[in-house]
Design a protein around this ligand. Sequence first.
Ligand code: GLU
Length: 280
Amino acid sequence: MTHAYRGRLAPTPTGHLHLGHAKTFWTAQQRAVQHGGVLVLRIEDLDRNRCKPEYADDLLEDLVWFGFCWQEGPDVGGPFQPYRQRDRQSFYHQTWQQLNHLGAIYPSPHSRKDVANALRAPHEGDREVIFPVKLRPATWEVATEPGEVNWRFRVPDGEAIAFIDEHLGPQRFIAGQDFGDFMVWRRDGLPSYDLAVVTDDHAMAISEVVRGEDLLLSAAKQILLYRTLGWEIPAFYHCPLVRDAAGKRLAKRDGARSLRSLRQQGITPEHIRESWELFL
Ligand code: GLU
């Protein structure tokens, strides 16, 4: 069965977009165009403390300035609305219910560092916190609602999760070694990054996920979620991270390389796209 290509841009408005985002997003847009497909813009603003509405507004403006063009999104609407994660809580809750019903997740009172980080996509340099198997409960009370407790996905220990990345080729991660039981829900009622992104990519019929290479390991966790939920797994295309001259990955705090500041300096998007490296 062939499907229409549907790709997405999934920025998190915690700061201004920089060249690294633009380059990855440009690849996403080119792939959608090459396949005669649709590009969706989804604002990943789950983390209310870190995501600011001003950044979301600026982001739309910066994307348009740079030459991005999406067919579905918070500003233009589309068949899979809403396109902002903070308006999609009922979808995440449904996914929690399905996972709970399948017995794939368990309540975990243990508060570890990954609880704090659960809302955001991991980035280079973030150490993977592997949840100790000994803290997995043998049994737990049947729940119908998540309640005020964290929930984790029980990974199949020792199983290899293999997939072909469209850019990086064959990948293989071992559950229980490369990653452990990961968070799917936080006691404050919010889903984790992995649960939210899988729910949305599925609901929005995304056929290929194009994003930065630092999310490669997340793909393995996300594949487990797709598999458990019986949902079709999209293709993955992870792009190399954009680094500055010192080899450091660009971060939002490097204001100098924000699209906004390049624009204020009178630099054109065409110029940037012709020679990205000049601006790093
Ligand atoms: N919103 C995530 C980020 O800005 C990207 C998530 C994804 O593409 O899966 O890092």
